[in-house]
Design a protein around this ligand. Structure first.
Ligand code: FAD
Length: 394
């Protein structure tokens, strides 16, 4: 049986559900296919920054388990201090809840949804796309590949937006009421202990999510690092449950994210923030941009989908480059960075403004005046050096 739609969205994560919702709102006949049976969980800290919250254009209160106003910061599990903000920094949710809510919103806008439908084939046939899931065949005028870091769409259509990837490993700690009270409005970040990443504690309704992430080559050490982090915060390691690891994909500068009638969004387009590992914001933004361009294409206002690449680059390219540079410098000077966070109120304020989306990463070096050019060159050297090390290690 072949069913026909205006658009098919592959993957019902934040990128796919956002794209489908906006396409449906714009009047398109759209179907979302996901291989998982919903509600499905996904390895993720479930931290939705204020900027991601705003980019969702939804009320996320129904799936919020904690509101976060502060951060407990330490460096390599040394002495920790707390910085707070009078303004909301992030919402904590669980992906099983968030993603089900997002796909419900897409369905309410008119999108069709089939879960437990693993897509194994995508064919580009002139101006049409044919998608195979089990014995079912779907045709559409466009496809949005929002199938995450391990999904097939980028590979099937011959796009390779990945430059490098990080890995993260996490578990859940069922905590008692007193512990949850202590963590009710703060997260913890342990910096510089993992090359290319950090350790975290994110509070949920009745448990804490604890994780560590860093460059791909630290993968085999993450389990041990997680144990150490757990002991550092005084948690009983034997109570950890639900261990799982996953990749975080970083985009190659300028990498194409569309081909023919296909656009990639979210992790499939490798849009994770290199410094923080945040991917939900980029998933919301790219899902919306893909839908906007898709609607223009379906209505005949544009002859192809190349406007998506331009829109995505305008929204995110400088952001990803500046975040990767900042990461290279902070990794090289961790003690200095932590001292700045601890004692320099202006630096802390800038970081909260980035989290809230009031300024962007490129605004930070701009505030340094001409010194920023030297910092950019230094950061680019660090990044090139790091890539050589990775290439040699592989
Ligand atoms: C351990 C860890 C912690 C993280 N913590 C945070 C955090 O706190 N905050 C944050 O902002 N980001 C975090 N991230 C990143 C964030 O999880 C991702 O960037 C985000 O999920 C990307 O959303 P997406 O919609 O692009 O893809 P996904 O959420 O991965 O969704 C992709 C969907 O595609 C489906 N799919 C895959 N293959 C197929 C197929 N063949 N057929 C049909 N469907 C398919 C999957 O089932 C899935 O539902 C974390 C990542 C990791 C690994």
């Amino acid at each position: 049986m072949t069913a026909t739609y205006d658009a098919i969205v592959l993957g019902a994560g934040p990128a796919g559900s956002t794209a489908a919702r906006e396409l449906a709102r714009g009047g398109a006949r759209v179907l979302i296919l996901d291989r998982a049976r919903f509600p499905r969980d996904k390895p993720c800290g479930g931290g939705v920054t204020f900027r991601a919250d705003a980019a969702s254009e939804l009320d996320l209160a129904p799936v919020t388990e904690r509101e976060i106003y502060g951060v407990r910061i330490s460096i390599r599990m040394g002495r920790r201090f707390e910085r707070t903000s009078p303004r909301l920094l992030a919402r904590m949710t669980q992906r099983a809840r968030l993603d089900s809510y997002l796909v419900e919103q897409a369905a309410a806008a008119g999108a069709g949804f089939r879960d437990a439908s693993p897509v194994h084939g995508v064919e580009l046939d002139g101006a049409a796309v044919r998608v195979r899931a089990g014995s079912d065949v779907y045709e559409a005028r466009l496809l949005i590949g929002a199938d995450g870091v391990n999904g097939p769409s980028a590979k099937i259509i011959g796009l390779a937006p990945l430059s490098e990837h990080a890995v993260a490993f996490e578990a859940n700690y069922p905590a008692d009421a007193a512990t949850m009270d202590d963590w009710s409005r703060v997260i913890a970040l342990d910096l510089a202990g993992v090359p290319g990443g950090y350790g975290w504690v994110f509070p949920k309704g009745d448990h804490l999510n604890i994780g560590v992430g860093g460059w791909q080559y630290v993968g085999p050490t993450l389990r041990q690092r997680l144990s150490k982090l757990c002991r550092y915060y005084g948690f009983d390691e034997s109570r950890l449950v639900g261990f799982r690891g996953y990749r975080l994909p970083l985009r190659r500068d300028d990498a194409p994210v569309h081909r023919g009638a296909v656009m990639l969004a979210g992790d499939a387009a490798c849009l994770v923030d290199p410094l923080s590992g945040e991917g939900i914001w980029a998933a919301f933004v790219s899902g919306r941009l893909a839908a906007d361009e898709g609607l223009r294409y379906l209505s005949g206002h544009v002859p192809d989908l190349s406007g998506y690449q331009r829109a995505l680059d305008a929204a995110m390219r400088d952001e990803i480059v500046a975040s990767r540079r900042l990461q290279a410098i902070l990794q090289r000077l961790p003690s200095f960075s932590v001292l700045m966070l601890k004692y320099n109120g202006t630096f802390w304020r800038y970081m909260t403004e980035i989290i809230r989306g009031e300024i962007a990463y490129p605004d930070l070096p701009r505030k340094l005046g001409p010194l920023r050019h030297a910092l950019d060159r230094w950061a680019d050297w660090e990044i090139a050096h790091h890539r050589q090390l990775i290439a040699r290690a592989c």
